[in-house]
Each structure stands twice: as structure tokens, then as C-alpha cells.
Design a protein around this ligand. Structure first.
Ligand SMILES: N[C@@H](CCC(=O)N[C@@H](CS)C(=O)NCC(=O)O)C(=O)O
Length: 205
């Protein structure tokens, strides 16, 4: 195993970084300065021509997409309690929330951050930002109703699904919108996730 993770602070690379820390795997971290459209410069463009993080390189093979990288790590370097196998009674909800973190929440999160903060002011559109906020509100309401424990989506406990969704709560919190968007039990869920030592290490890099 020779795992190299390309990471930029506060970005989606926190998902696989948090997972690597939870699994206790050895890895090399390449920290890049985030720059829209140009993260990592020419050198990183050789690894990911899209110049987006995260990217994982394992023995010369590159894997992109934060959730795919998590699945890759758990599949190749598990078994781990952070994943559910296909025979587990919670396999369906596990997959649903693992994917929803990026496929459902992720889109609205990007639109909200872009149109409230990241884009130059002249390009921001408040209708798009409000539409994204409304969709995040309903997604967080569903999340709140789906929690099986105060700090996990599954009855069996903390899993990679919590990492996937937890990253979105981190970003919404970072832009100061979490109280507007999430119900109380989701705020408490995120407070609990933030206490995990593996998260604390990941966010410090
Ligand atoms: N679906 C991809 C999205 C990757 C992505 O958009 N990453 C952002 C950081 S959170 C990025 O690197 N953006 C740089 C850019 O757009 O130039 C994933 O989950 O890995």
C-alpha cells in the first residue's frame, strides 16, 4: 500500500481524510492551496486534469470523487465497521446516505456557497442561493427524521455515511448558515460528530 491523498483545507478532501484517520491507515498527505480552476497548478493537473480535490493515488492508480475514494479505501483496506456489507439490514440506508452526502446535499451546498460567498458579487444570484437553502432545509429535515442515534444515521452506530453527510454540515456551518437550515437534532448530531478524535485530526491538517 502507498496511499497519497491530495487535500486542500476545508474542502471535500476532508471526507477521505477523516475516513483515513478513522481507519488508522498510513498515508501521505499532499496539501494544496485551494484556488478555483487552478488548485495545485500544473503538477496536480497531471494527477487530476479537473484540478479538483480530493484525488487519491494508490500504487500509481488515481481515484477521483470523494465518496468513491471512501468506498475504495473501505473495500480495499477493510473490513471496517464504518461500512455495511450487502447482507447488513441497514445496507440500503447506508448506501442512500453515503451517496446523498455528495449527490443530493453536495449540489445544493455548492450552489449555496457559490451564490452567497465564493463567486464575485456581480455573479451571485440570491434566487439560486435561496432555492439551494430551501432544498438543504428539506434535506436536513429528512436527515433529522432519519437519525437512528443522536450521533449516527444507522442504529449500528457511526459509519462512513455520517462522514459523507457530516462534511456538508461542516461547510454549511462554516458559512454561518447551519442554524437557519438544520433542525435542532441535526445541530446536535453535528456537535457530536465534531467531537470525534479522527475529525479533529483531519480538520487540523
Ligand atoms: N464530486 C466531487 C467534487 C470535487 C470538487 O468540486 N472539489 C472542490 C473542492 S470542495 C474543488 O476542488 N474545486 C476547485 C475548482 O472548482 O476549481 C467530489 O466529491 O470529489
Amino acid at each position: 500500500m502507498s496511499l497519497v491523498l491530495y487535500h486542500a483545507r476545508r474542502t471535500r478532501s476532508l471526507r477521505p481524510l477523516w475516513l483515513l484517520e478513522e481507519m488508522g491507515l498510513k498515508y501521505e498527505l499532499k496539501s494544496l492551496a485551494f484556488k478555483m480552476g487552478a488548485t495545485g497548478g500544473e503538477e496536480f493537473a497531471q494527477i487530476n486534469p479537473l484540478q479538483k480535490v480530493p484525488a487519491l493515488v494508490d500504487n500509481g492508480q488515481t481515484v477521483l470523487e470523494s465518496v468513491a475514494i471512501m468506498e475504495y479505501l473501505m473495500g480495499r483496506y477493510g473490513p471496517t465497521d464504518l461500512a455495511c456489507d450487502a447482507q447488513d439490514p441497514e445496507f440500503g440506508p447506508y448506501l442512500q446516505w453515503l451517496q446523498a452526502g455528495e449527490s443530493h446535499f453536495g449540489m445544493y451546498m455548492s450552489l449555496l456557497v457559490g451564490h452567497r460567498l465564493l463567486l464575485p458579487e456581480t455573479q451571485r444570484n440570491s434566487d439560486i442561493a435561496n432555492w439551494a437553502a430551501g432544498n438543504l432545509q428539506s434535506a436536513c429535515a429528512l436527515l433529522g427524521n432519519s437519525l437512528k442515534q443522536p450521533h449516527s444515521l444507522l442504529a449500528r452506530g457511526f459509519s462512513a455515511a455520517d462522514i459523507s453527510v457530516g462534511y456538508v454540515l461542516f461547510v454549511i456551518d462554516m458559512i454561518g448558515a447551519l442554524e437557519e437550515i438544520a433542525p435542532d437534532n441535526v445541530l446536535q448530531y453535528w456537535e457530536g460528530l465534531k467531537e470525534r478524535p479522527a475529525w479533529k485530526r483531519a480538520i487540523s491538517y
